[in-house]
Design a protein around this ligand. Sequence first.
Ligand SMILES: Cc1cc2nc3c(=O)[nH]c(=O)nc-3n(C[C@H](O)[C@H](O)[C@H](O)COP(=O)(O)OP(=O)(O)OC[C@H]3O[C@@H](n4cnc5c(N)ncnc54)[C@H](O)[C@@H]3O)c2cc1C
Length: 387
Amino acid sequence: MDKIIDFQNTEIAFASKSNSELIRARFLFEILKNKRLVNFSNKLLQWALALKLPVEWIIKATVFKHFCGGVSLIHCTPLVEKLGESGVYAILDHSVEGQDSEEQFDQNTRLIQEEIKNAASNEQVAFAVFKPTSVGRLETFELLSKDPTVESTEFNRIKERYFLIGETAKALKQPIMIDAEESWMQASADELALALMEHFNQEEVLVYNTLQMYLADSYGRLEAWIERAKSRNFKLGVKFVRGAYMEKERAYAKKMGIPSAVCISKDATDQLFDKGVALAFENTERVSIFLGTHNEMSTEKAASLALKTFGTLNHPNIWFGQLQGMSDQITYNLSHVGASVAKLIPYGPVKEVLPYLIRRAEENTSIAGQTGRELKLLRAEQKRRSS
Ligand SMILES: Cc1cc2nc3c(=O)[nH]c(=O)nc-3n(C[C@H](O)[C@H](O)[C@H](O)COP(=O)(O)OP(=O)(O)OC[C@H]3O[C@@H](n4cnc5c(N)ncnc54)[C@H](O)[C@@H]3O)c2cc1C
């Protein structure tokens, strides 16, 4: 059977990149290929930043430039416009992690509301997005995940922040997505997300929650979510991802002396991912799907299910997304065949984005094949242009 998407078409994938941008990207991925160098540089940069040495410019000129949109919302505008010229949407993600004061959480809530307004006023920005721990402490989510009956003023404030965000989304009819984080805090975060969906996803899907399919119990969770959406009569928005915290999950399981929550193998994760997406496609009268993945096989399978279910790739219930700086062969070739596709663009001051950048660097060195694939495509396009 003919493929729906030609992931090998580098001309389309890199049409918006100049020759010098290709050289820079290739240089970066050549470095990311070297695991020891990446680990060493990560440690060195964190140490240098802690000592307030002037190294921000190095990060800004390399990984930040490749994977981020800018230091503030407004600085992302040129990138958003450039993506728009190729029919690709943007999702702007204020990438702060590890904060722990109530003032910061309130401030972040206001910022997320600003992002919703920005998205609503710019048709190139498809979704607003936030992390649970940008509006509350991880330990509070963890506590309520272990015992949902605990009375917690902090958790009540988190709930209020979630609903403030939901109200803004509702007032502006702007869809929002909630990220997923560590498994040990997800149960309470999922409960809040479901409460938000029950309240705001009555007529249309305004709220999407993220499901990490690398979790061994993810399929069961999805079944329970769908069941709840049916019995309480609301619509479900699901952002499917594999999961970005594998090393942390392993370390946590080891520390606690419990089995890891993550599937035993990559193959098992892949199977769960595709099985979960297939279940969502069986329930599209209730479920809207966002596929956050760089996996060509899963993307092709989902595109095929979308064509079978809707007769078109351009349907409001199916979205695709990749991270800025990765897998352009998927993003631009999907857009070329008419699918709705977005780049997730982190932004923020360099220091605040650093944990995200370190995750990307580690991911690109640890995922077998990811960096190799990026390099192969970049080399192929350079060769095509010079021939
Ligand atoms: C738009 C978008 C939004 C995202 N939002 C989130 C989010 O909210 N939360 C989040 O956690 N991540 C998020 N991610 C990241 C995502 O979870 C993955 O880390 C990343 O996309 C790589 O997975 P993949 O499907 O793209 O590619 P692949 O290369 O096919 O898969 C790599 C992934 O497979 C899994 N894996 C690898 N080895 C093993 C193994 N030995 N055993 C079990 N599983 C294994 C891991 O999850 C790894 O990241 C997002 C990604 C995108 C594109």
